[in-house]
Design a protein around this ligand. Structure first.
Ligand code: 5AD
Ligand code: SF4
Length: 457
């Protein structure tokens, strides 16, 4: 799943409820982790823990981690050492550090070893055990190394992030299923997140209703493969969208991420016809070469993907597209790479998230020789980015002069401006004219800066 969570606001810290233990959660990776961190905060708050505002005011620091690429894991391992250094430099006593999320699941007890070892390891389906584990952990001094671990997959572990902790008037994350039943050969997710298991439609509806009751207008339905949602093989993603659309007071529904194989015509018809469902499809293609797609076990051919995009353009008015791409998969030739570039020219994505292939231990692709050199991967990545920039500049220029409507989401980095998002996920800035977050605004597009559009001369 691509990294969109930078676009989401930080959660509101819970109020002081008092068992005296303050926990700071640092979140890495995808939106599933952003949601899980909210759920963890909720579980801890219920048990009297307090949310700390930073590592310096915390008794325990939890890192909610990502294993998708080697670099993501390296960054987190070195962050453990950095937190300890930062506390020392601030003349603060040592702090207990725990690892949650995908790295906890992948590495388990390994994380209790080495210089950057931690005291607590809690996997994605074990967060209900966190209050008890933390109570145990904080009984002893952080200088005494503890080896507390809770990992392993459970179908029934569906956590809910309590609305009281959610930011108001933003796109509220609602996880609708966990795990993934596909086995794309490069991907660690089926191992770290386990098999797919859906939240019931009743639970999803209840969660969204309570969000709406506390002021939410918009939700983002989340999952590794939301388009594969199929509750008891009887209520699929299109039917879920219909059901969620019926919730009074909810105005917009987004979703992330879809698998191209499950983006059926009737799903696209539902997206196109349900007014509240936003016309933005994030559909990772990964590669434009059929040979590579086959070796990745993506279960579609480039022609089928392109047919789906054609259908979506007709069925979903104003649809925009974004995607994920991996360059340098084992055996990727220059011709394979060119086939991926060709896809960019054909689809004209609004946004792409592209990555150098990173071998993950134990996945099927790890048996193939990682034979595209690092320099070549870098060259291909740069090629993707520069072609995308060229395509986007032409596409974005064509938007100038149009009038767009969107919702004020946050203050822009540029002082005196708000950041607004349209239903089809385009962002534009408007000058501050006493609007507030959640307001609908319209403006004429006058230019753009990368993927952000401007509305002043
Ligand atoms: N190497 C590089 N990129 C990867 N992704 C998943 N696994 C790997 C890997 N081993 C990318 C895919 C996915 C996105 C979230 O991360 O493009 O869609
Ligand atoms: Fe990984 Fe493929 Fe599942 Fe996405 S669909 S999480 S890339 S295995």
């Amino acid at each position: 799943m691509a990294d969109f969570q930078n676009e989401l606001k930080a959660m509101t810290p819970p109020s002081d409820t008092g068992n005296g233990c303050r926990v700071f959660i640092e979140t890495y990776g995808c939106q599933m982790n952003a949601y899980d961190s909210q759920a963890i905060n909720g579980l801890l708050e219920n048990d009297g823990f307090e949310a700390a505002p930073n590592i310096y005011d915390a008794d325990v620091v939890l890192l909610n981690t990502c294993s998708i690429r080697e670099l993501a894991e390296h960054k987190i391992t070195s962050r453990v050492g950095e937190i300890r250094r930062q506390r020392r430099n601030a003349d603060l006593p040592p702090v207990n550090i725990g690892i949650c999320g995908c790295m906890a699941e992948r590495l388990g007890n390994e994380l209790h070893k080495g210089v950057n070892r931690v005291d607590l390891v809690v996997g994605v389906d074990s967060y209900d055990k966190l209050p008890a584990l933390l109570a145990d952990l904080t009984k002893s001094s952080p200088t005494k190394h503890r080896k507390l671990t809770a990992t392993g997959h459970r179908n029934d572990a569906h956590y809910v992030a309590p609305p009281s902790l959610y930011p108001v008037n933003n796109s509220h994350l609602v996880t609708i299923h966990k795990g993934c039943d596909y086995k794309c050969t490069y991907c660690i997710v089926p191992y770290t997140r386990g098999p797919q298991s859906e939240k019931s439609p009743e639970a999803i509806e209840a969660e969204i209703r309570s969000l709406v009751d506390s002021g939410a207008q918009e939700v983002t339905l989340l999952g590794q493969n939301v388009t594969a949602y199929n509750w008891q093989k009887n209520l699929d993603f299109a039917a879920l969208l219909e059901r969620v659309s019926d919730i009074d007071g909810l105005e917009r529904i987004r979703f992330l991420t879809g698998h191209p194989k499950d983006m059926h015509p009737h799903t696209m018809d539902a997206i196109g016809s349900l007014e509240k469902v936003c016309p933005w499809l994030h559909l990772p293609i990964q590669s434009g070469s059929n040979a590579i797609l086959k070796r990745m076990k993506r279960l579609y051919k480039r022609e089928e993907y392109l047919d789906m995009v054609d259908y979506a353009r007709k069925a979903i008015p104003g649809a925009t597209f974004s995607t994920d791409i991996i360059v340098g998969f084992p055996g990727e030739t220059e011709e394979d790479f060119q086939a991926t570039l060709e896809i960019l020219r054909l689809v004209k994505y609004d946004q792409i998230f592209s990555f150098k292939y990173s071998e993950r231990p134990g996945v099927p692709a790890a048996k193939l020789a990682d034979n595209v050199s690092l320099d070549e991967k870098k060259r291909r990545l740069a090629g993707i980015l520069s072609l995308q920039e060229e395509i986007w500049n032409t596409e974005a220029t064509r938007q100038v002069g149009e009038t767009w409507t969107g919702i004020v989401e946050t203050a822009a980095r540029q002082k005196g401006f708000w950041r607004v998002r349209t239903a089809n996920n385009r962002k534009f800035l408007v000058a501050d004219d006493h609007q507030k977050i959640g307001d609908e605004v319209s403006a004429v597009i006058t230019g753009f800066n990368n993927t952000t559009f401007l509305t002043v001369e």
